[in-house]
Ligand binder design. Structure first.
Ligand code: K7E
Ligand code: CUA
Ligand code: CA
Length: 641
């Protein structure tokens, strides 16, 4: 520990000689990262600076849009600790919207309205079950190998929840908590239904459980018995269809284009409880799931259940899956603590980044399927390349022209490498030059994605990179630094850095797709809400013992009730329908001292339930600027003794 912790992580002459990082070296990683960025910030960048993108790209790929110009891509960004999804316009990088999912949000009243609380889940006393979240990965639904604009999904690592976003209204409409799982991390929808070849769209979402726990969770201390599960969630019902008990753990998830395979990289095949144990083996695995066989096993009743969960759990452990022709799973060996598994847009390969090994491993899917058919003797034959690309490889994006772009956390670089050349090199052609380009980024990149990267329509225009450290890139604002998201022109032979954007921590993953793939609606239909107050004449107060229902409408610049009376201690349910049907005409509703604040978009109905407080007058006011008389748009809640 003493010796290694003084090394700089960027000192490739020292680190590069090591095939793998050892325990002591990893302990020094944090210090190494800091030293690295200090050094780099004073050094000349390896490639052209942001101010001078080469002329061929500057026209088509300018990130600076003129006033009024629209972006050509949407980006869906994981929000991190804010538990939401962020919607960006690309290439400008402008943030357009935050869609709250796992954590309350006072702008829209998420976690405050009854409708959102029902989605988030409540305790018996009506309070929210959870108020924190940690989102990492977001992916959207597919049809024919490209996004179809129906749904996106996002994970919450803390409470093992998956949220679904409707991409017509850009709202979260369902949240499911996975049973038997802790640290739900990777997520990926299938790209078509593998059982029915006629169904060419996403019907399920796969979820990787990262932390092993006793099953059922008894608090048992012996970590050697802890288990992780791989889960399948129904895309429509959002119910958990089945789970697979595995050896090792799950991290990131990828799916094949034919719907037959899903995979998760495993960094803890050791099933250790301490990091030294988790990195004790030289190789870990990428575990493949044979979806059709798993579904058949569930159908045939070959499963068990754990604890109070009714979800069928099939056995995907290595010991019971030795015969390829019946195996549900296949454990492909990859080097030390891999991170990231990504599907190439030519539909042929999954690529695992090495993390603690400076390599990328290319796994050919056709060979994995042949192994499941008993036609390939050694599963290792599916590995068609395992090549050195740099230090700390994490995630990989694609340009649709045969190149992969992998983040190198320790080298603070993006490496562009050619997959076919890597395969040739691995096969013995030592003249094959697979590294095409390297670009320094600022600093310590994690996730990376390209425009349309993980679809059959990868277009190779823009790359976005999430850098975990920003150091000197922005004005200092105290100890908590913004992260630095950088936009790169990937359309030429060499990558060109186009822009830096600060982003509130800690977003992790994102996808970028063409704007015409979604068709957002901007006005609701009153019929979308069973409790809608469709006519201002239906407004009023209805009392049922201590329970009071207040019905109201909004139409700029007035609420339909100028005042309403309740009694102290009443349980009040207020239903508000926005009868304004003009695009962009949103009203808000806040009640002082009652913790109520929410909005109603055009045509929308929302409701809140609260206990009327001390006797007095409470001015309920519109919180969303709607009209010249916005400040006058108020109503009085008169609480009587
Ligand atoms: Cu690499 Cu949670 Cu996707 Cu972050 S994980 S970087
Ligand atoms: Cu209605 Cu402001
Ligand atoms: Ca390991």
């Amino acid at each position: 520990m003493k010796d290694d912790s003084t090394l700089s992580a960027s000192d490739t002459t020292v680190w590069g000689r090591r095939r793998f990082l050892n325990t002591a070296a990893l302990a020094g990683l944090t210090m190494g990262a800091a030293a690295c960025t200090e050094k780099e910030s004073g050094a000349a960048p390896a490639t052209a600076p942001a101010a001078a993108p080469d002329a061929a790209h500057a026209g088509a790929n300018a990130t600076h849009l003129k006033p009024g110009e629209l972006d050509t891509y949407y980006g869906l960004w994981s929000g991190g600790h804010t538990g939401d999804m962020r919607v960006l316009g690309l290439p400008s990088g402008r943030e357009l919207l935050r869609i709250p999912c796992f954590v309350p949000d006072a702008l829209v009243g998420w976690g405050i309205t009854n409708e959102s609380k029902a989605i988030m889940g409540t305790k018996p006393n009506g309070a929210l079950r959870y108020t924190v979240g940690d989102t990492h990965h977001t992916h959207a639904s597919y049809k024919d190998g490209n996004y179809d604009g129906r749904y996106a999904w996002i994970n919450d690592k803390i409470n093992s929840r998956i949220a679904r976003i409707r991409l017509d209204y850009f709202i979260c409409d369902k949240i499911t908590q996975l049973p038997n799982v802790q640290g739900f991390h990777g997520i990926f929808p299938d790209k078509r239904d593998p059982v029915d070849p006629a169904i060419n769209y996403t019907t399920r979402v796969f979820c990787g459980g990262e932390f092993g726990i006793p099953l059922p969770n008894s608090g048992l201390e012996d970590a050697g018995t802890y288990r992780s599960l791989f889960s399948c969630v129904d895309a429509e019902t959002m119910e958990v269809r089945w789970q697979v008990l595995i050896d090792g753990n799950c991290d990131l998830v990828a799916t094949s284009y034919d719907g037959k395979l899903a995979a998760s990289n495993q960094y803890n095949t050791e099933m250790g409880a301490r990091y030294e144990d988790m990195m004790s083996a030289e190789r870990d695995a990428c575990i493949f799931f044979n979806i059709a066989r798993i579904e058949a096993a569930v159908k045939a009743g070959k499963f068990k259940t754990f604890g109070s969960s009714k979800v069928p759990v099939v056995d995907g452990t290595q010991a019971t899956n030795q015969d390829p022709t019946t195996a549900l799973t296949a454990y492909v060996s990859v080097p030390k603590n891999p991170h990231g598994v990504n599907a190439s847009p030519d539909q042929k390969y999954f690529i695992c980044a090495g993390k603690l090994s400076p390599t990328a491993t290319v796994i050919e899917l056709a060979k994995v399927l042949e192994w499941f058919d008993g036609k390939v003797e050694k599963l290792d034959d599916a590995i068609v390349a395992e090549v050195e690309i740099g230090l700390g490889p994490l995630h990989t994006a694609f340009d649709g022209r045969g190149n992969a772009y992998t983040t190198l956390f320790l080298d603070s670089q993006i490496v562009k490498w050619n997959v076919d050349a890597a395969i040739k090199f691995h096969a013995g052609d030592k003249a094959a030059k697979y590294v095409v380009d390297r670009l320094d980024v600022q600093y310590q990149p994690g996730h990376i994605n390209g425009s349309q990267s993980e679809t059959i329509a990868a277009d190779g225009k823009y790359l976005a990179v999430g850098c975990k450290f920003s150091k000197d890139r922005f004005l200092p604002v105290g100890p908590l630094h913004a992260e630095n998201e950088q936009i790169i022109d990937m359309s030429g032979e060499k990558m060109v850095l186009l822009a830096d954007h600060p982003v509130r921590g800690e977003p992790h993953d994102f996808i970028i797709f063409k704007r015409d793939l979604v068709k957002p609606k901007q006005v609701y239909s009153l019929d979308d809400f069973p409790n809608a107050v469709k006519d201002p004449k239906d407004s009023g107060v209805v009392r049922n013992g201590k329970k009071v229902t207040v019905k109201m409408t909004s139409q700029a610049p007035a609420f339909s009730l100028r005042e309403f009376k309740v009694k102290a201690g009443d349980e009040v349910t207020l239903i508000l329908t926005n009868l304004d049907k003009i695009e962009d005409l949103t009203h808000g509703f806040a009640i002082p001292n009652h913790d109520v604040n929410f909005i109603v978009n055009p045509g929308e109905t929302a409701s809140v339930t609260f206990t009327a407080g001390d006797p007095g007058v409470y001015w309920c006011y519109c919180t969303h600027f709607c009209h010249a008389l916005h400040l006058e748009m108020r109503t009085r809640m008169i609480v009587e003794a």
